[in-house]
Design a protein around this ligand. Structure first.
Ligand SMILES: C[S@@+](CC[C@H](N)C(=O)[O-])C[C@H]1O[C@@H](n2cnc3c(N)ncnc32)[C@H](O)[C@@H]1O
Length: 448
């Protein structure tokens, strides 16, 4: 159980955090040394060997998590509370620089550009742009190489318009941030507060329609286009290719069939069947999405279509049962769109399709409580070493931010492993295992 004293700022707490950082940094350095590459420099715009989650070993993932968690905890422990409570102007500034494509203007200019040039090219006021870039540079996004002269760095280079992270940052700082500003109004309204209907979401309050209706409207077209890129960006950030790495696919026989339920174009499972030639795929989604999927595969991997390694079948997962008798039902970023009752409908329909040996793999962010519990009380989750917060605090904060995004956009949620287990129980499925996939997890369920 936690020693509450460790949270009270005693000297041991602080020195233990420093030791955790020191040992994690040693791990990071040895990982870079092992591949013969220099440790990352904030000033560099060159891609590094471990920039995406798929490229990182388990040891590196854990070390980076500890560094982020312990540095955040250390700084927050010693800084004045008022000081750390009020750092939240960065998203608005990020929105300005992504829309103005400042990183693109600085491409291949390591010596930087004067802010007057940036202002002229972007149409912004020079004085205001300068202040925005200074705040971001203070947070290590862009560098001020000489007074009023800015250059790209390790972070800002991800804001090039061709990078899907640009779309993701744009999506989060525009409709994401604006709808989240309505969170308090939505939660304190006597009608929308207790409701889990999509019409009760902060986004609906802001826009007067659901986010997907907005994207389907002429007014929302630009945002809709960016949203498609943003979902790619999310995949880059949370490591969509982790699926091949974390589950023992190599041990399954020739002809093993995976049904990608609500699979969109199958952009995630494509990587899987390209890596493991014995696997086959059925992609199921709404009819118009299945048509997009067929086009996507015809372009990206026509041989998989010709050899029947991939098949397509329309599905309404609320009212229909997926293709029966598949070995796996893979459900990625579906349940987080829906309240519990709808999730139970989806899983119950999947259950009806299952043969005795079928498995369900739910691929989602998996939240943890922030309170430390005995390992025997929650054997499924990895708790960070003390005195870190057991959920790795700042080292794993994005799933909790994503949870609030889901609340803002769709009035839906990310879940803990216990909440997934409960959805499974209500759908006739029993929990088998939680597989750690970095920022996300795979919750494996089998027939109860
Ligand atoms: C957040 S996306 C996830 C897509 C994909 N699994 C991934 O991880 O990228 C949600 C998907 O659910 C699909 N969907 C929504 N309602 C559906 C329904 N009633 N039946 C089948 N698919 C549906 C959407 O078309 C979309 O592809």
């Amino acid at each position: 159980m936690p020693t509450l004293q460790t949270r009270k700022g005693d000297a041991a707490h602080l020195t233990t955090l420093v030791q955790l950082i020191s040992s994690a940094v040693t791990t990071v350095l040895s990982e870079y040394e092992a591949v013969g590459k220099p440790a990352p420099s904030l000033d560099s715009t060159e891609p590094g060997p471990f920039d995406t989650p798929e490229e990182q070993s388990e040891e590196l993932v854990k070390a980076v998590r500890i560094i982020e968690a312990a540095c955040g905890q250390l700084a927050t422990s010693v800084a004045s509370p008022g000081h750390v409570m009020f750092n939240f102007k960065e998203p608005a500034c990020l929105q300005v620089v992504t829309q103005a494509k400042i990183a693109d203007l600085l491409l291949d200019k390591p010596e930087g550009l004067h802010v007057d040039d940036l202002a002229r090219q972007s149409g912004l006021d020079s004085g205001k742009l300068c202040r925005i870039l200074r705040l971001l540079a203070t947070r290590h996004c862009f560098r001020e190489v000489q007074p009023n002269v800015f250059a790209n760095n390790r972070l800002s280079i991800k804001l090039l318009a061709k990078d899907p992270i640009w779309s993701y940052v744009g999506h989060l700082t525009d409709e994401g941030m604006k709808s989240t500003a309505y969170l308090n109004e939505a939660l304190t309204d006597p009608v929308s507060g207790p409701s889990y209907a999509v019409e009760a979401s902060p986004f609906y309050r802001m826009q007067g329609c659901t986010v997907f209706d907005h994207y389907a409207s002429p007014e929302g077209q630009k945002r809709a286009d960016r949203f498609a890129g943003a979902m790619k960006g999310l995949g880059e950030v949370n490591g969509k290719r982790m699926l091949r790495k974390v589950y023992p696919w190599g041990g399954f026989p020739n002809g093993t069939v995976i049904c990608d339920v609500g699979g969109s174009t199958g952009h995630v499972t494509m990587d899987l069947i390209q890596t493991f030639p014995q696997l086959r795929l059925v992609i199921q989604d709404m009819p118009h999405v299945v048509d997009q999927a067929k086009e996507f595969w015809a372009q990206e991997d026509p041989s998989a279509v010709q050899s029947n390694r991939v098949a397509f079948a329309p599905l309404d997962f609320f009212t229909e049962v997926p293709v029966a008798g598949c070995d796996f039902y893979y459900i990625r970023h579906i349940l987080h769109d829906w309240p519990d009752a709808e999730c139970v409908k989806i899983l119950s329909n999947v259950r009806q399709a299952m043969k005795p040996t079928s498995r369900v793999l739910i691929h989602e962010f998996v939240l943890q409580n922030v309170a430390r519990v005995l390992a025997s009380e929650n054997p499924h989750v990895d708790q960070a070493p003390e005195p870190l917060l057991p959920n790795y605090g700042m080292g794993r904060i994005r799933p909790y931010q994503q949870d609030i995004n889901m609340m803002s956009f769709l009035n839906s949620k990310e879940r803990t492993v216990d909440e997934f287990i409960s959805l499974g129980v209500q759908s006739g499925l029993k929990f088998a295992k939680l597989w750690d996939a970095g920022e996300t997890g795979l919750v494996e369920l089998v027939l109860a």
